[in-house]
Write a protein that binds this ligand. Structure first.
Ligand SMILES: CC(C)(COP(=O)(O)OP(=O)(O)OC[C@H]1O[C@@H](n2cnc3c(N)ncnc32)[C@H](O)[C@@H]1OP(=O)(O)O)[C@@H](O)C(=O)NCCC(=O)NCCS
Length: 169
């Protein structure tokens, strides 16, 4: 198993197809909509994380989206972690755990601050890998966070307020 990171602007058509296929296993919108979503929501410098098995199949995926944030009145460049998923036939076999430890290695080795949004039932999954909940009452976003949890990794400061700028990730 190995991890590959690719900057969005360098993504070849073959990789776009692979990403759309793995995402469609978890969020079934069809290939055309997956491609449209990538086009409209991923910026040139955003980062794709790809986990491949020894046969070189894409079995895990996530992306890091650049965002500006204001934390306790200080300006920060952060990443939004999105689209965390494992290929259908590989779910429940420890690949999600491998993906999260690769993501944590990226965060720790590069000193990133990374935020994610998830539904309540996934909070326990991310907590296993050191993600911490941010109280919703402290967060301002340009999109709706009803029933959505927000978690953070890589910041060692208590959060009193958080504003995330830009679209959801
Ligand atoms: C969530 C997901 C990435 C987990 O990947 P996975 O390969 O199935 O997970 P693993 O087999 O590595 O499990 C690792 C641990 O997380 C737990 N876990 C897995 N899925 C979980 C879930 N949905 N909720 C809570 N815990 C979960 C496992 O029980 C395991 O715990 P253990 O180590 O104590 O036994 C995968 O199920 C998936 O692609 N889901 C659909 C997409 C999705 O909802 N992504 C999240 C977007 S915020």
């Amino acid at each position: 198993m190995h991890i590959e990171t690719v900057i969005h602007k360098n993504l070849e058509a073959r990789l776009i197809d692979e990403i759309c296929i793995i995402k469609d296993d978890s969020w079934q919108h069809g290939m055309a909509n997956q491609k449209k979503w990538l086009d409209e929501n991923v910026a040139a410098e955003d980062i794709h994380l790809l986990i491949r098995n020894n046969k070189n199949n894409l079995i895990g995926y996530a992306n890091f989206a650049h965002r500006n944030a204001v934390i306790n009145q200080g300006k920060y460049q952060v990443f939004g972690l999105g689209n965390v998923c494992v290929a259908a036939e590989f779910k429940g076999k420890g690949i999600g755990a491998e993906l999260m430890s690769s993501i944590n290695n990226e965060i720790n080795s590069k000193g990133y601050i990374v935020i994610l949004h998830c539904k309540e039932d996934l909070e326990s999954f991310y907590s296993k890998f050191g993600w911490e909940i941010i109280d919703r009452s402290l967060i301002v976003t340009e999109y709706n966070l009803d029933n959505i949890w927000t978690m953070i990794q890589g910041l060692n400061t208590r959060i009193d307020s958080l504003t995330i700028q830009g679209i959801a990730f």
